[in-house]
Design a protein around this ligand. Sequence first.
Ligand SMILES: [Zn+2]
Length: 222
Amino acid sequence: MTCSNIYDLKKIPIYYEELRGKKLFTKALSEIDVNKKSVHLFYYKNANIPICALPKLGVVIISKRGFLSFCYNFYFFINSFNTKNIEISKQNIFSIAKSALSHEIGHLLDPNLSNIKSASNEIILSIANGIIKYNIDLKDDYYYKKNLPLEIEDSIIQFKKNNVTREINAWNIGKTIANFQSDTERYIFEKIKEYALATYNYGNLKDIVAENNVEKYIKSLL
Ligand SMILES: [Zn+2]
């Protein structure tokens, strides 16, 4: 990585402290066009949790380490393409926080979220049935890397597409509420969207099985 030649990454945590941790996010929230009563920010100073949303509860979870590593990874991403550089400045760290927060609030406001969720549940059921039908051995550590039946591969693709749709919806909604204060802020939002969509873990079969209680479901059927 040549990042350190161009950017002084050490400035990120310094600016973050100057922006005063949780205050940074409450200020970002105050600029976002949303009913403040419908968004609850949970801030963890010491936990390492990536920024995420719990839509049913109207909660956005933020942690200092989660946000700082988000910033580092974002600057590495930006630097690995020949795009316009985004300076490491206090204002830009603020705009990164605001963009990420707008996206998470986008999840809270997404009217299609429950449709997407039930479509995902259907897909998970068909994956579980495929695992039974083709006798896939989940105890084999490498089962998900082997040649999978087309039927299951198709379901995995559908599952990923569903996740992509969910993420894009949240970015689109985020954009409408972000209330950009400058062209740079708008540019940062677009680049973060690009970064997030490119690096999001859309899941392989193993993740899908682990994160959705597929094993338990299969046991209940057998
Ligand atoms: Zn998201």
